[in-house]
Design a protein around this ligand. Structure first.
Ligand code: HEM
Length: 347
């Protein structure tokens, strides 16, 4: 027969249990220590103790960049997207290729050649400031996620809390890019498949594409729509004739300047609003992939709804960015590290 514990041994028992629970909690919150096989949880207050002013430090850089060079905004948001889609949001897009090595890093892949230098510069400046204030604490991947949010907000878009706790990846391979980044001539089927492979829904595709409310694209990404749409030798019938004329003036069929860009949103290229969607409804989409969102019955209803409702776009965008920002997140151990210099090449 078990003997009932005396009152002193029962309080000892309770104390021991509490101690064990306390130690277990301590251990599990020791987020810098252990690699884990499950998807790590990100949290808004991840750096609350280790770098409480982190967001102000990054904010001082992003607001200055936005004033001095507004293209840093779209550049950084796109950088974040290209980071997350290629093997997770792990800052691996920032890693440089090793001089003399045949194995190129992601940023030097053909599909990334249009990523503007201003995005990389923003992160490098923010990291330098953060390292001077909180050395060895904050990952490049988290800085990129926060800077992208800052620019959405600075451009007039929603402010949202960024969850943190991403570690930096150790691997960056150009060969991983082509199959993970959408192209300007991808079909909706291809886009849906790619997004689904990242855990993103058709609605996420429509909502995240709304980032094209700011920024620019080079002629080569839409020139075939102007002169020879899908081998028809005719322009894409889904382009408004006035836009077609204007784009043809900037982008001749042959011998144009490779550096010329056109704004995604003809009226407000630096304003983060929902005009992207009303543009699609009015046949003013720039890329075939943008316009296709209005042509395909699976995505058209949401395009129409977002064209009518800026708040709905903002709310959905915040949720979708949080989802995108959680793709393939890494922790310590073999998987990840905390890079001191985001652009440093792989060892
Ligand atoms: C859905 C499929 C997508 C395709 C096919 C696509 C394709 C492109 C292309 C071709 C450019 C122009 C690059 C250039 O010529 O310089 C571009 C720019 C841009 N993309 Fe996307 N994109 C997609 C989704 C996204 C998503 C999900 C985001 C962010 C959440 C995003 C953010 C941007 C931004 C902000 C720019 C402007 C960059 C700048 O002006 O520097 N895109 N995209």
């Amino acid at each position: 027969m078990p003997v009932p514990p005396s009152s002193s041994s029962s309080s000892m028992f309770v104390f021991t249990c509490l101690l064990i629970i306390f130690l277990l909690t301590l251990h599990s919150s020791d987020c810098l220590a252990k690699p884990t096989n499950t998807t790590p949880q990100l949290s808004v207050d991840y750096y609350a103790k280790s770098c409480p002013q982190l967001e102000q430090f990054i904010g001082s850089i992003t607001s200055r960049q936005f004033k001095e060079s507004p293209v840093s905004g779209p550049a950084t948001i796109r950088l974040f997207f290209h980071d997350c889609f290629v093997d997770g949001c792990d800052g691996s897009i920032l890693i440089s290729s090793k001089p003399g090595s045949k194995m190129l890093a992601e940023r030097n892949a053909q599909d990334n050649k249009d990523l503007r230098v201003e995005g990389f510069e923003t992160i490098s400046k923010a990291k330098a400031l953060v390292e001077s204030k909180c050395p060895g604490v904050v990952s490049c991947a988290d800085i990129l996620a926060i800077a992208a949010r800052d620019f959405v907000h600075l451009a007039g878009g929603p402010y949202y809390q960024v969850k943190k706790g991403r570690w930096d990846g150790r691997i960056s391979m150009a060969s991983r890019v082509a199959s993970n980044i959408p192209r300007s001539n991808s079909t909706i089927d291809e886009l849906l498949k790619l997004f689904s492979s990242k855990g993103l829904t058709p609605n996420d595709l429509v909502v995240l594409s709304g980032a094209h409310t700011i920024g620019f694209a080079h002629c080569q990404n839409f020139v075939s729509r102007l002169y020879d749409y899908r081998g028809t030798k005719k322009p894409d019938p889904a382009i408004d004739p006035r836009l077609l004329k204007a784009l043809k003036m900037s982008c001749p069929r042959y011998g144009g300047n490779n550096d010329i860009v056109a704004p995604f949103d003809v009226s407000t290229p630096f304003l983060f609003d929902h005009a992207y969607y009303s543009n699609l409804v009015a046949k003013l989409g720039l890329l075939a992939t943008d316009q296709a969102l209005f042509l395909d019955p699976r995505t058209k209803p949401l395009v129409q709804a977002l064209a009518q409702d800026k708040q709905k776009f903002f709310q959905s965008f915040v949720v979708a960015m949080d989802k995108m920002g959680s793709i393939g997140v890494k922790r310590g151990g073999k998987q990840g590290e905390n890079r001191k210099d985001c652009g440093m090449h792989m060892s």
